[in-house]
Design a protein around this ligand. Structure first.
Ligand code: NAI
Length: 462
């Protein structure tokens, strides 16, 4: 029986990052992973492959819409679907092999197979049982489907099947205008599919800043996506190569049906902890299936910890990574900390959407006096030159102290721009601190500074 300081179950961004940090801190570490490759949902069938598809199809969009304006004339490229999937798979391959290399470099054992916890201090993988002073559950999440909807990953697909379609569908229905629905809906709209998004609520991307939600929906409509809002999908009838999506409008209970070649179910995800044996161990689990932990990520059973999508909080790879590092610090006898108030969220549509901290809606509800500084990318020279002048940066700051409370960006490279605000928030900065920081010209980042200036005496370029 092999013996470890820590065994981590699951090699997604939470688990593999936790393992590397544990090893760096001198702990004898192993990771259990049943997939053929490391990296979990994010690297294999989630964040990374979808970004490859978004990148490829954005290039196509640029060639179709902007090349001629810049004097780049000629026929737009045609789509070789097989090659696009090969490119995506090669990107995944390179990344998962990279994790394997990092495991070897850090002397982390990969215990191949699906793990369970027969008793505290023991992890079973296949016929072998291993000893561990501490166990970290990092088993992630799975697609949460709807009643009346069966996912076959061919006609009715989750994000996994949507990244492996046999061909580009003519008609695609996306159920759910959340992050997955809008990112993958964008991919197929750019490839020429007629994409209709059916959303239960009256706004896209629940929880985001209201102004950003409206702007994003307007921009995506212009890009060719159709939205049916306030509609609850009742069932999906799957035929051999087609499907019928039945929905009901919430406002008047009227029913309607949409035909599709492909239906993407993007109605959220739920924690995945099947087969671990948590019930028998007495590990507390919430009604929503989340493993309950204390502030140090320890479950109700001593020596068993949990992180990432399997526990409470936003289901984001980087949130899982931060928890992974923090748990490693705790296990090594140090102080592990995650600032849940400063976790950015990004949607990789074009333009991108990024946010951190509180929204105006949240601040209003709290009754907090705040000011909003907004700057449109129309006033940013670099954005105009790059046909990327849609959207804005909005910074929210406390009315009296000027301390930054949140930022909401829709625009070019929003997912990168947000981080200067994150750093500022970590340091408890005021909007004026950002406004007084020199920003290189011409960059998209100047729009962030201008929004900060808008919290004070006003932006220069609007
Ligand atoms: P989501 O929670 O973002 O959105 C699901 C949407 O489906 C909601 O707007 C909801 O109102 C709607 N919905 C639910 N039931 C419905 C029904 N019967 N009919 C019509 N609409 C219905 O979930 P999504 O997009 O599936 O993503 C899952 C998780 O993965 C999220 O937590 C997300 O944060 C994460 N993710 C993050 C990414 C990123 O950071 N860029 C990329 C992809 C996923």
């Amino acid at each position: 029986m092999a013996s470890y300081d820590v065994i981590i179950i699951g090699a997604g961004p939470g688990g593999y990052v936790c393992a590397i940090r544990c090893a760096q801190l001198g702990l004898k570490t192993a990771v259990v992973e049943g997939r053929e490759t490391l990296g979990g949902t994010c690297l294999n069938v989630g964040c990374i492959p979808s970004k490859a598809m978004l990148h490829a199809t954005h290039q196509l969009h640029e060639s179709e819409h902007n090349f001629a304006k810049m004097g780049l004339k000629g026929k737009s490229p045609s789509v070789d679907w097989k090659q696009m999937l090969t490119y995506k798979n090669e990107v995944v391959d390179g990344n998962t092999k990279g994790i394997e290399f990092l495991f070897k470099k850090n002397k982390i054992d990969w215990l191949k197979g699906w793990g369970s916890i027969p008793e505290p201090g023991r992890v079973k993988v296949g016929d072998d049982t291993h000893e561990a002073k501490n166990i970290v559950i990092a088993t992630g999440s799975e697609t949460a489907s709807l009643p009346g909807v069966e996912i076959d990953e061919k006609v009715v697909v989750s994000s996994t099947g949507a990244l492996e379609l046999a061909k580009v569908p003519k008609k695609m229905v996306v159920i759910g205008a959340g992050v997955i629905g809008l990112e993958l809906g964008s991919v197929y709209a750019r490839l020429g599919a007629e994409v209709t998004v059916i959303e239960y609520l009256d706004a896209v991307t629940p929880g985001m800043d209201g102004e950003v939600q409206k702007n994003l929906q307007k921009i995506l409509k212009k890009q060719g996506l159709t939205f049916v809002m306030g509609a609850a999908v009742q069932s999906v009838e799957a035929l051999k190569t087609k499907a019928k999506v039945h929905y009901k409008l919430r406002k008047d209970d009227s029913e309607a049906t949409l035909d599709a070649d492909t239906v993407l179910v993007a109605t959220g995800r739920k924690p995945y902890t099947d087969g671990l044996g948590l019930d028998a161990l007495g590990v507390e689990i919430s009604k929503r299936g989340q493993v309950q932990t204390d502030k140090q990520w320890q479950t109700s059973v001593k020596g068993i910890y949990a992180i990432g999508d399997a526990i409470d909080g936003p289901m984001l790879a980087h949130k899982a990574e931060d928890e992974g590092m923090a748990v490693a610090e705790v296990l090594a006898g140090k102080h592990g900390h995650v600032n849940y108030g400063v976790i950015p969220g990004v949607i990789y549509t074009h333009p991108e959407v990024a946010s951190v901290g509180q929204t105006e809606e949240e601040l209003k509800q709290e009754g907090r006096a705040y000011k909003a500084g907004k700057f449109m990318f129309m006033g940013n020279g670099r954005a105009k030159a790059n046909f990327a002048a849609e959207g804005f940066v909005k910074i929210l700051a406390d009315k009296e102290t000027d301390r930054i409370l949140g930022a909401h960006i829709i625009g070019p490279m929003a997912g990168d721009l947000i981080h200067e605000v994150c750093v500022a928030m970590e340091f408890g900065a005021s909007a004026e601190d950002l406004a007084l920081t020199c920003h290189a010209h011409p960059t998209y980042s100047e729009a962030v500074r201008e929004a900060a200036l808008a919290c004070g005496d006003g932006p220069i370029h609007s």
